[in-house]
Ligand binder design. Structure first.
Ligand code: MUC
Ligand code: MG
Length: 373
Protein backbone atom coordinates (compact mmCIF):
# COMPACT_ATOMS: atom_id res chain seq x y z
CA UNK A 1 0.00 0.00 0.00
CA UNK A 2 1.41 3.40 -0.92
CA UNK A 3 1.42 5.80 1.97
CA UNK A 4 -0.95 8.74 2.00
CA UNK A 5 0.46 11.90 3.54
CA UNK A 6 -1.24 14.70 5.44
CA UNK A 7 -1.72 17.55 2.96
CA UNK A 8 -3.90 20.20 4.55
CA UNK A 9 -5.48 20.97 7.92
CA UNK A 10 -8.35 23.40 8.36
CA UNK A 11 -9.88 24.61 11.64
CA UNK A 12 -13.36 26.13 11.90
CA UNK A 13 -15.03 27.76 14.89
CA UNK A 14 -18.74 26.92 14.95
CA UNK A 15 -21.27 28.55 17.31
CA UNK A 16 -24.49 26.62 18.00
CA UNK A 17 -27.41 27.56 20.30
CA UNK A 18 -28.37 25.38 23.29
CA UNK A 19 -31.94 24.16 23.94
CA UNK A 20 -32.00 26.14 27.24
CA UNK A 21 -29.48 27.98 29.39
CA UNK A 22 -27.10 25.39 30.90
CA UNK A 23 -25.97 26.59 34.34
CA UNK A 24 -22.67 25.34 35.66
CA UNK A 25 -21.02 26.66 38.83
CA UNK A 26 -18.50 28.72 36.82
CA UNK A 27 -20.49 29.66 33.73
CA UNK A 28 -23.98 29.71 32.19
CA UNK A 29 -24.00 28.46 28.60
CA UNK A 30 -26.47 30.02 26.15
CA UNK A 31 -24.63 28.45 23.22
CA UNK A 32 -21.76 26.07 22.60
CA UNK A 33 -18.67 26.72 20.50
CA UNK A 34 -17.13 23.82 18.62
CA UNK A 35 -13.75 23.79 16.91
CA UNK A 36 -14.10 21.49 13.90
CA UNK A 37 -10.92 20.16 12.31
CA UNK A 38 -10.64 18.84 8.76
CA UNK A 39 -7.53 16.87 7.82
CA UNK A 40 -7.12 16.28 4.08
CA UNK A 41 -4.79 13.52 2.91
CA UNK A 42 -3.01 12.89 -0.42
CA UNK A 43 -5.23 9.85 -1.20
CA UNK A 44 -8.31 12.10 -1.21
CA UNK A 45 -9.50 10.94 2.20
CA UNK A 46 -10.64 13.58 4.69
CA UNK A 47 -10.77 13.05 8.45
CA UNK A 48 -12.85 15.18 10.81
CA UNK A 49 -12.19 15.97 14.46
CA UNK A 50 -13.48 18.28 17.17
CA UNK A 51 -11.79 20.22 19.97
CA UNK A 52 -14.44 21.69 22.24
CA UNK A 53 -14.41 23.22 25.70
CA UNK A 54 -17.00 24.89 27.96
CA UNK A 55 -17.36 28.63 28.59
CA UNK A 56 -14.31 30.06 26.84
CA UNK A 57 -11.56 29.86 29.48
CA UNK A 58 -13.96 29.31 32.39
CA UNK A 59 -13.42 25.54 32.48
CA UNK A 60 -10.04 24.63 31.01
CA UNK A 61 -6.76 26.18 29.95
CA UNK A 62 -7.60 26.23 26.23
CA UNK A 63 -10.32 28.39 24.61
CA UNK A 64 -11.87 27.80 21.16
CA UNK A 65 -9.88 30.74 19.84
CA UNK A 66 -6.56 29.55 21.33
CA UNK A 67 -7.21 26.02 20.07
CA UNK A 68 -7.70 27.31 16.52
CA UNK A 69 -4.69 29.62 16.73
CA UNK A 70 -2.38 26.98 18.18
CA UNK A 71 -3.39 24.36 15.63
CA UNK A 72 -3.08 26.78 12.69
CA UNK A 73 0.27 28.22 13.83
CA UNK A 74 2.07 25.33 15.52
CA UNK A 75 0.42 21.91 15.36
CA UNK A 76 -0.87 21.71 11.78
CA UNK A 77 2.45 22.75 10.13
CA UNK A 78 4.23 20.01 12.12
CA UNK A 79 1.90 17.37 10.67
CA UNK A 80 1.99 18.36 6.98
CA UNK A 81 3.81 15.75 4.90
CA UNK A 82 3.70 13.03 7.58
CA UNK A 83 2.33 9.53 6.88
CA UNK A 84 -1.42 9.98 7.41
CA UNK A 85 -1.86 6.41 8.62
CA UNK A 86 0.89 6.47 11.26
CA UNK A 87 -1.01 8.02 14.14
CA UNK A 88 1.61 7.01 16.72
CA UNK A 89 4.30 8.96 14.85
CA UNK A 90 2.05 11.97 14.25
CA UNK A 91 1.01 12.28 17.90
CA UNK A 92 4.60 11.71 19.08
CA UNK A 93 5.67 14.65 16.89
CA UNK A 94 2.93 16.83 18.38
CA UNK A 95 3.98 15.90 21.92
CA UNK A 96 7.56 16.87 21.03
CA UNK A 97 6.69 20.30 19.66
CA UNK A 98 3.87 21.28 22.03
CA UNK A 99 3.46 20.92 25.78
CA UNK A 100 -0.11 20.33 27.00
CA UNK A 101 -2.73 21.55 24.50
CA UNK A 102 -4.61 18.29 24.99
CA UNK A 103 -7.88 19.70 23.60
CA UNK A 104 -6.20 20.68 20.33
CA UNK A 105 -4.33 17.37 20.16
CA UNK A 106 -7.55 15.44 20.82
CA UNK A 107 -9.30 16.97 17.81
CA UNK A 108 -6.29 16.24 15.59
CA UNK A 109 -5.94 12.67 16.83
CA UNK A 110 -9.66 12.18 16.19
CA UNK A 111 -9.38 13.49 12.62
CA UNK A 112 -6.41 11.20 11.89
CA UNK A 113 -8.33 8.20 13.28
CA UNK A 114 -11.43 9.12 11.25
CA UNK A 115 -9.35 9.43 8.07
CA UNK A 116 -7.52 6.16 8.64
CA UNK A 117 -10.75 4.34 9.44
CA UNK A 118 -12.29 5.61 6.20
CA UNK A 119 -9.12 4.61 4.32
CA UNK A 120 -9.23 1.05 5.67
CA UNK A 121 -13.03 0.73 5.72
CA UNK A 122 -13.06 0.28 9.53
CA UNK A 123 -14.86 2.09 12.36
CA UNK A 124 -12.59 4.01 14.75
CA UNK A 125 -13.49 1.52 17.52
CA UNK A 126 -11.86 -1.24 15.45
CA UNK A 127 -8.68 0.84 14.99
CA UNK A 128 -8.63 1.10 18.78
CA UNK A 129 -8.59 -2.67 19.15
CA UNK A 130 -12.27 -3.54 18.81
CA UNK A 131 -15.51 -2.84 20.61
CA UNK A 132 -16.88 -4.95 23.43
CA UNK A 133 -20.34 -3.32 23.23
CA UNK A 134 -22.35 -1.41 20.60
CA UNK A 135 -24.01 1.19 22.80
CA UNK A 136 -23.38 3.24 25.92
CA UNK A 137 -25.79 4.34 28.64
CA UNK A 138 -26.02 8.14 28.66
CA UNK A 139 -26.77 10.40 31.64
CA UNK A 140 -28.48 13.78 31.31
CA UNK A 141 -27.41 16.90 33.16
CA UNK A 142 -30.14 18.85 34.93
CA UNK A 143 -28.85 22.42 34.97
CA UNK A 144 -31.76 24.78 34.29
CA UNK A 145 -31.11 26.48 37.63
CA UNK A 146 -34.68 25.76 38.81
CA UNK A 147 -35.68 22.75 40.93
CA UNK A 148 -39.24 22.34 39.59
CA UNK A 149 -38.08 22.72 36.00
CA UNK A 150 -35.31 20.16 36.57
CA UNK A 151 -37.81 17.65 37.99
CA UNK A 152 -40.16 18.18 35.03
CA UNK A 153 -37.22 17.74 32.63
CA UNK A 154 -36.15 14.50 34.37
CA UNK A 155 -39.72 13.14 34.23
CA UNK A 156 -39.85 13.89 30.51
CA UNK A 157 -36.52 12.10 29.92
CA UNK A 158 -37.74 9.03 31.83
CA UNK A 159 -40.99 9.05 29.87
CA UNK A 160 -39.11 9.25 26.55
CA UNK A 161 -36.76 6.44 27.74
CA UNK A 162 -33.87 8.74 26.89
CA UNK A 163 -32.14 9.03 30.28
CA UNK A 164 -32.48 7.46 33.74
CA UNK A 165 -29.24 8.83 35.17
CA UNK A 166 -29.23 12.50 36.13
CA UNK A 167 -26.26 14.66 37.04
CA UNK A 168 -27.06 17.89 38.88
CA UNK A 169 -24.72 20.84 38.48
CA UNK A 170 -24.32 22.52 41.85
CA UNK A 171 -21.78 24.69 43.68
CA UNK A 172 -22.81 28.21 42.68
CA UNK A 173 -25.41 28.63 45.46
CA UNK A 174 -24.99 28.49 49.25
CA UNK A 175 -24.32 24.86 50.23
CA UNK A 176 -27.64 24.35 52.05
CA UNK A 177 -29.60 25.77 49.09
CA UNK A 178 -27.84 23.33 46.77
CA UNK A 179 -28.37 20.40 49.14
CA UNK A 180 -32.10 21.16 49.39
CA UNK A 181 -32.29 21.31 45.57
CA UNK A 182 -30.57 17.94 45.17
CA UNK A 183 -32.59 16.22 47.89
CA UNK A 184 -35.88 17.51 46.41
CA UNK A 185 -34.98 16.09 42.99
CA UNK A 186 -33.88 12.74 44.44
CA UNK A 187 -37.13 12.54 46.48
CA UNK A 188 -39.23 13.24 43.37
CA UNK A 189 -37.44 10.60 41.26
CA UNK A 190 -36.90 7.97 43.97
CA UNK A 191 -35.41 4.72 42.77
CA UNK A 192 -36.59 5.34 39.19
CA UNK A 193 -33.33 7.17 38.53
CA UNK A 194 -29.71 7.46 39.60
CA UNK A 195 -29.03 10.99 40.88
CA UNK A 196 -25.48 12.35 41.02
CA UNK A 197 -23.91 15.77 41.53
CA UNK A 198 -21.05 17.73 40.00
CA UNK A 199 -19.70 20.58 42.15
CA UNK A 200 -17.04 21.66 39.63
CA UNK A 201 -14.52 22.37 42.46
CA UNK A 202 -16.73 25.00 44.15
CA UNK A 203 -16.65 23.79 47.78
CA UNK A 204 -13.83 24.01 50.26
CA UNK A 205 -13.04 21.06 52.53
CA UNK A 206 -14.94 22.52 55.50
CA UNK A 207 -18.10 22.65 53.36
CA UNK A 208 -17.49 19.37 51.55
CA UNK A 209 -16.98 17.24 54.68
CA UNK A 210 -20.59 17.79 55.77
CA UNK A 211 -22.15 18.12 52.31
CA UNK A 212 -20.72 14.81 51.05
CA UNK A 213 -22.16 13.05 54.11
CA UNK A 214 -25.60 14.63 53.61
CA UNK A 215 -25.57 13.67 49.91
CA UNK A 216 -24.52 10.09 50.65
CA UNK A 217 -27.17 9.76 53.37
CA UNK A 218 -29.85 10.98 50.95
CA UNK A 219 -29.22 8.41 48.26
CA UNK A 220 -26.98 10.41 45.92
CA UNK A 221 -24.92 7.85 44.01
CA UNK A 222 -21.83 9.80 43.00
CA UNK A 223 -20.11 13.10 43.86
CA UNK A 224 -17.98 14.67 41.13
CA UNK A 225 -15.07 17.00 41.89
CA UNK A 226 -16.36 18.63 45.11
CA UNK A 227 -13.19 20.65 45.78
CA UNK A 228 -10.30 22.24 43.89
CA UNK A 229 -8.07 20.06 41.76
CA UNK A 230 -5.18 21.74 43.58
CA UNK A 231 -6.20 20.53 47.04
CA UNK A 232 -4.87 16.99 46.91
CA UNK A 233 -4.77 16.47 50.70
CA UNK A 234 -8.43 17.51 50.86
CA UNK A 235 -9.40 15.09 48.10
CA UNK A 236 -7.63 12.23 49.85
CA UNK A 237 -9.41 13.06 53.12
CA UNK A 238 -12.85 13.28 51.45
CA UNK A 239 -12.25 10.04 49.59
CA UNK A 240 -11.71 8.34 52.94
CA UNK A 241 -14.78 9.72 54.73
CA UNK A 242 -17.46 10.29 52.05
CA UNK A 243 -20.38 7.85 52.13
CA UNK A 244 -20.95 8.38 48.38
CA UNK A 245 -18.09 7.61 45.96
CA UNK A 246 -15.99 10.54 44.76
CA UNK A 247 -15.22 11.03 41.09
CA UNK A 248 -12.23 13.00 39.77
CA UNK A 249 -12.94 15.26 36.78
CA UNK A 250 -10.97 18.53 36.77
CA UNK A 251 -8.26 16.68 38.75
CA UNK A 252 -7.40 14.84 35.53
CA UNK A 253 -5.89 17.26 33.01
CA UNK A 254 -3.55 14.66 31.50
CA UNK A 255 -2.70 10.97 31.72
CA UNK A 256 -0.02 11.63 34.37
CA UNK A 257 -2.61 13.25 36.66
CA UNK A 258 -4.51 9.96 36.64
CA UNK A 259 -1.45 8.08 37.84
CA UNK A 260 -0.83 10.57 40.65
CA UNK A 261 -4.47 10.37 41.79
CA UNK A 262 -4.06 6.60 42.06
CA UNK A 263 -0.82 6.90 44.01
CA UNK A 264 -2.44 9.33 46.47
CA UNK A 265 -5.78 7.47 46.76
CA UNK A 266 -7.71 10.66 45.95
CA UNK A 267 -10.79 9.26 44.14
CA UNK A 268 -12.55 5.95 43.50
CA UNK A 269 -14.02 6.88 40.08
CA UNK A 270 -12.40 8.67 37.11
CA UNK A 271 -14.28 10.76 34.52
CA UNK A 272 -12.65 9.98 31.18
CA UNK A 273 -12.53 12.85 28.68
CA UNK A 274 -10.75 12.62 25.35
CA UNK A 275 -10.12 16.39 25.37
CA UNK A 276 -8.23 16.32 28.65
CA UNK A 277 -6.01 13.41 27.75
CA UNK A 278 -5.14 14.31 24.17
CA UNK A 279 -7.50 12.13 22.14
CA UNK A 280 -9.38 8.83 21.89
CA UNK A 281 -6.14 6.81 22.09
CA UNK A 282 -4.72 8.91 24.90
CA UNK A 283 -7.85 8.58 27.06
CA UNK A 284 -7.48 4.80 26.95
CA UNK A 285 -4.11 5.16 28.70
CA UNK A 286 -5.87 6.85 31.62
CA UNK A 287 -8.50 4.10 31.54
CA UNK A 288 -5.78 1.45 31.73
CA UNK A 289 -4.17 3.13 34.75
CA UNK A 290 -7.60 3.16 36.43
CA UNK A 291 -8.30 -0.47 35.57
CA UNK A 292 -4.97 -1.59 36.98
CA UNK A 293 -5.67 0.34 40.19
CA UNK A 294 -9.27 -0.81 40.65
CA UNK A 295 -10.66 2.68 39.98
CA UNK A 296 -14.13 2.64 38.37
CA UNK A 297 -14.77 4.46 35.07
CA UNK A 298 -17.25 6.99 33.73
CA UNK A 299 -17.35 8.33 30.16
CA UNK A 300 -17.24 12.12 30.50
CA UNK A 301 -17.89 14.96 28.07
CA UNK A 302 -16.84 18.53 27.42
CA UNK A 303 -20.30 18.95 25.85
CA UNK A 304 -18.92 18.32 22.40
CA UNK A 305 -21.15 18.19 19.33
CA UNK A 306 -21.65 15.01 17.31
CA UNK A 307 -18.03 14.69 16.11
CA UNK A 308 -16.40 14.88 19.55
CA UNK A 309 -19.20 12.83 21.09
CA UNK A 310 -18.77 9.91 18.68
CA UNK A 311 -14.97 10.17 18.96
CA UNK A 312 -15.39 9.65 22.72
CA UNK A 313 -17.95 6.88 22.17
CA UNK A 314 -15.68 4.89 19.83
CA UNK A 315 -13.03 4.90 22.58
CA UNK A 316 -15.42 4.12 25.45
CA UNK A 317 -17.03 1.10 23.73
CA UNK A 318 -13.64 -0.62 23.73
CA UNK A 319 -13.41 -0.56 27.54
CA UNK A 320 -13.88 -3.73 29.62
CA UNK A 321 -16.10 -2.01 32.13
CA UNK A 322 -17.78 1.38 32.38
CA UNK A 323 -19.34 1.01 35.81
CA UNK A 324 -20.90 4.49 35.91
CA UNK A 325 -21.99 4.81 32.26
CA UNK A 326 -21.40 7.98 30.27
CA UNK A 327 -22.68 11.52 29.84
CA UNK A 328 -22.24 11.69 26.07
CA UNK A 329 -25.36 13.82 25.53
CA UNK A 330 -23.67 16.90 24.01
CA UNK A 331 -25.55 16.84 20.66
CA UNK A 332 -28.88 16.69 22.53
CA UNK A 333 -28.13 20.00 24.29
CA UNK A 334 -27.84 21.79 20.92
CA UNK A 335 -30.71 22.96 18.73
CA UNK A 336 -28.72 22.56 15.51
CA UNK A 337 -26.65 19.85 13.81
CA UNK A 338 -23.68 20.11 11.44
CA UNK A 339 -23.65 16.46 10.36
CA UNK A 340 -25.98 14.78 7.88
CA UNK A 341 -26.98 11.89 10.18
CA UNK A 342 -26.92 12.76 13.88
CA UNK A 343 -25.92 10.14 16.49
CA UNK A 344 -28.74 7.80 17.49
CA UNK A 345 -30.09 7.93 21.08
CA UNK A 346 -32.59 5.24 21.99
CA UNK A 347 -33.59 3.27 25.10
CA UNK A 348 -31.29 5.24 27.42
CA UNK A 349 -28.31 4.52 25.16
CA UNK A 350 -26.16 6.11 22.47
CA UNK A 351 -25.76 3.63 19.61
CA UNK A 352 -22.32 3.77 18.01
CA UNK A 353 -22.16 3.35 14.20
CA UNK A 354 -20.23 0.49 12.58
CA UNK A 355 -19.56 2.45 9.39
CA UNK A 356 -15.97 3.52 8.53
CA UNK A 357 -14.23 6.17 10.64
CA UNK A 358 -16.42 7.95 13.16
CA UNK A 359 -19.45 7.19 11.00
CA UNK A 360 -20.30 10.85 10.39
CA UNK A 361 -20.51 13.17 7.38
CA UNK A 362 -20.37 16.96 7.69
CA UNK A 363 -23.38 18.81 6.31
CA UNK A 364 -21.54 21.44 4.25
CA UNK A 365 -24.45 23.88 4.01
CA UNK A 366 -25.18 23.81 7.74
CA UNK A 367 -21.48 24.06 8.57
CA UNK A 368 -21.13 27.09 6.27
CA UNK A 369 -24.16 28.66 7.93
CA UNK A 370 -22.92 28.32 11.52
CA UNK A 371 -19.18 28.86 11.04
CA UNK A 372 -17.85 31.99 12.76
CA UNK A 373 -16.54 34.55 10.29
C1 MUC B 1 -18.26 18.67 33.66
O1 MUC B 1 -17.73 19.31 34.52
O2 MUC B 1 -18.39 17.46 33.85
C2 MUC B 1 -20.38 17.65 31.59
C3 MUC B 1 -21.72 17.62 31.55
C4 MUC B 1 -22.17 18.91 31.81
O3 MUC B 1 -23.33 19.31 31.87
O4 MUC B 1 -21.11 19.72 32.06
C5 MUC B 1 -19.98 18.98 31.85
C6 MUC B 1 -18.69 19.34 32.39
MG1 MG C 1 -17.43 17.57 35.84
Amino acid sequence: MTHAVIERIETLIVDLPTIRPHKLAMHTMQSQTLVIIRVRCSDGVEGIGESTTIGGLAYGYESPESIKQNIDTHLAPALIGLDAGNINAAMLKLDKIAKGNTFAKSGLETALLDAHGKRLGLPVSELLGGRVRDSLEVAWTLASGDTARDIAEAEQMLELRRHRIFKLKIGANPVDTDLAHVIAIKKALGNRASVRVDVNQYWNVSQAVRACRVLGDNGIDLIEQPISRNNRAGQVHLNQISTAPLMADESIECVEDALNLVIDGAASVFALKIAKNGGPRAVLRTAQIAEAAGIALYGGTMLEGSVGTLASAHAFITLNELTWGTELFGPLLLTEEIVTEPPVYRDFHLHVPRTPGLGLTLDEARLAHFVRR
